[in-house]
Design a protein around this ligand. Structure first.
Ligand SMILES: [Zn+2]
Length: 429
């Protein structure tokens, strides 16, 4: 015999199952659907349950963003409190359902579907409604089978709590975003016109890597200048300068506001057969007196100073932000042996010194020698790689300079001249 309490539980469970399985909240018009089931469940639950207790106002999402890219689409839901979520996939029609506890509807959610481009490879539509009094339900209608990667990001800079939904294409037996990228990218498309297969020297290709991007703003200054924006601007200036030079061309790991996982940046450099890799960043520390540019190469035995180690950690957290740290690490780990190639490290040091020397002409240096740290983006085993901290965004005067076209251009020119000096040595017989 069921006592009252058990009966209530059974009815509530039934009610939830019916709604969840049929996703009927949004499909009231489905042909052949047994309408009496949910109405009975609703009626039964109304009869047997005490009236709902009015609690605090439901929490709300304050901003939504859709970041489409060729590789994946990222949805971001921002809120002042940490959202607790569950998700599952449903077939015919194919859709992803995300339930969020204790969240209510808000104006930004109504515009969400309009933010999706008709050309988005994964999403056809997004619907949002209250599933029950406590639960907000987001239904993403899908165009193709996907793999969803859903996670929370902590508040950073101007961003509040974020619920991030990454949609990747689902390929048979392949769950690694890095292999996905490699599989989906056509073979090397060199920026050079195909030349006669004679004894032409290999083209000199600079892979420029603007740090951070998308949901990862990098460091920020007192006046809310974001590292991801100024380093992209400097990188674009550098690319323009390089592309004007004969015998040298530039490609970028990211050319817009999207975040690209760190391992993928290295993979892109490999794919493009880059001659050198130049990552561009802006530094930040708690001490607002710290200023000046610095240049890093990879250290095999870990960071050479506590400050460098701290930096290495904060840069590598980008991978966690991208949600792909495991795949990235396995790729990088497997190359660690090859990494200890003296030639690459030796060349990286020469490139680093050449760039540092030029940077010294426009700004006092933070460290007068090339430093070494374990930055993940410097780990291409066969590509000399440097990471340039262009200035301290945490220093008020340098933050101001980083925003100016003049300083951005000066930095880009200094890096260009450094690269040319290195190339001259590289080209020597
Ligand atoms: Zn950075």
């Amino acid at each position: 015999m069921l006592n009252d309490r058990k009966l209530q539980v059974v009815i509530v469970i039934n009610y939830k199952l019916i709604f969840r399985e049929k996703d009927m909240f949004f499909r009231k018009g489905s042909v052949g659907y047994p309408y009496w089931l949910p109405s009975f469940a609703v009626l039964a639950s109304l009869i047997s349950l005490p009236p709902p207790v009015r609690g605090a106002e439901a929490m709300q999402f304050t901003a939504t963003r859709v970041w489409p890219s060729t590789l994946y689409t990222r949805l971001t839901f921002e809120s002042s409190t940490l959202p607790h979520y569950r998700y599952f996939m449903l077939a015919s029609p194919r859709r992803l359902v995300i339930d969020i506890d204790d969240f209510g509807l808000s104006p930004v959610l109504h515009k969400l579907s309009q933010q999706v481009r008709s050309t988005d490879p994964f999403i056809s539509k997004i619907r949002v409604a209250k599933f029950d009094t406590k639960t907000l339900r987001i239904v993403v209608d899908l165009k193709q089978p996907i793999r969803a990667d859903i996670f929370n990001l902590k508040p950073v800079a101007n961003f509040q709590h974020r619920l991030v939904v990454d949609l990747y294409p689902k390929l048979k037996g392949d769950n690694d975003p890095l292999s996905l990228f490699l599989a989906n990218t056509p073979s090397v498309h060199s920026p050079f016109k195909p030349s006669t297969p004679s004894a032409q020297p290999a083209p000199f290709i600079v892979m420029i890597d603007p740090g951070h991007g998308g949901e990862d703003p990098g460091a920020h200054g007192l006046h809310n200048t974001l590292e991801k924006n100024v380093v992209l601007q400097i990188a674009q200036r550098l690319k323009k300068l390089i592309d004007k030079q004969p015998g040298i061309a530039a490609v970028m790991t990211r050319s817009d506001g999207h975040f690209v996982p760190l391992a993928m940046r290295v993979a892109k450099a490999q794919q493009q057969k880059a001659t050198i890799f130049v990552s561009i960043h802006a530094d930040a520390v708690a001490n607002r007196q710290a200023r000046g540019a610095s240049v890093f190469t990879l250290s095999t035995r870990g960071a050479t100073s506590a400050a460098a180690r701290f930096l290495a950690n904060s840069q590598n957290q980008s991978d966690l932000i991208g949600g792909v740290s495991r795949s990235g690490d396995s790729y990088l780990d497997s190359t660690l042996l090859e990494l200890i190639q003296h030639q690459t490290l030796h060349d990286s040091a020469i490139l680093g010194s050449a760039v540092l020397k030029q940077l010294h002409k426009i700004n006092p240096l933070h460290k007068s020698r090339v430093e070494r740290a374990g930055f993940a983006v410097l780990k291409a085993p066969n590509i000399p790689s440097i990471l340039v901290e262009t200035a301290f965004i945490s220093h008020p005067e340098e933050e101001r300079k980083l925003r100016t076209a003049r300083y951005q251009q000066q930095v880009a020119e200094a890096i260009l001249v450094g690269i040319q000096r290195y190339k001259a040595k590289h080209d020597e017989p």
